[in-house]
Design a protein around this ligand. Structure first.
Ligand code: SF4
Length: 229
């Protein structure tokens, strides 16, 4: 497929998902700071479990930059049990808080304004901050046009025929960023639509008969579904 055709197909897939499901309103958080803590808590768990942990932190008065910086990881962990790996995540939250104060005086806006390659390197240097967590923070908290890749992205777009099953994070990200306009609102909702489709329909055993992007006229169609016919 040519570059133009792929770019058109990706936009068509997105607009079809948008028509079907509406804007997903992601990331559901009151502040960029809450988004960052949510991105740590959401590692390797469902969003509903992460959200419960955020609500518990809020109820305990811990979702405040200064309060969370001063909180002991043991205290944090008591409130985030629903996020599983809660001791590990409590240590990651504490480490991030120390970093935020040391590098940016506790100011998320200041952090967001940092030079992108430098900020990305700094975030990656934090223990447990992998590609998806760092890019989620950059896109959803810092409003930087970075396409977030997750397991659903690889699964859906390899089934569709655009990517190899074993494509790396960088290869998948490069595929999207070279074919889509570099726009925060588009990247924001596109990733959210992918998560929704992967969670509800394009699962390990996909419900292709329910999939809104199975076939999009004129001539855009999922290879996996075609092979199952
Ligand atoms: S048609 Fe099936 S395999 Fe293809 S994206 Fe939809 S659910 Fe996934």
């Amino acid at each position: 497929m040519t570059h133009e055709k792929t770019a058109t197909a990706l936009l068509k897939i997105y607009s079809t998902l948008l028509d079907q499901y509406g804007n997903r309103g992601w990331w559901p958080a009151d502040t960029p700071f809450e988004t960052i803590i949510g991105a740590i808590l959401a590692q390797n768990v469902s969003w509903s479990n992460a959200r419960r942990a955020i609500e518990n932190l809020k109820a305990a008065g811990l979702l405040d930059v200064q309060v969370l910086r001063d909180a002991d990881p043991t205290e944090i962990s008591r409130h985030i049990i629903s996020s599983r790996y809660y001791n590990q995540k409590a240590r990651r939250i504490s480490a991030f808080m120390q970093f935020l104060y040391a590098e940016y005086g506790g100011d998320v806006d200041q952090m967001s304004g940092d030079d992108l390659p430098r900020l990305r390197l700094k975030l990656h240097s934090l223990k447990g901050f992998g590609e998806e967590t760092v890019d989620s923070i950059l896109l959803y908290a810092c409003n930087v046009p970075v396409f977030v890749v997750d397991a659903y992205t690889k699964r859906i777009f390899s089934r569709y025929g655009f990517l190899e099953k074993d494509a790396t994070y960088q290869e998948v990200q490069h595929f999207f960023t070279t074919h889509l306009p570099k726009e925060v609102p588009l990247y924001n909702d596109y990733h959210a639509q992918i998560v929704n489709l992967g969670h509800s329909i394009c699962r390990t055993h996909p419900d292709c008969h329910l999939c809104p992007i199975r076939s999009i006229p004129p001539g855009i169609a999922c290879e996996y579904a075609k092979n199952m016919e």
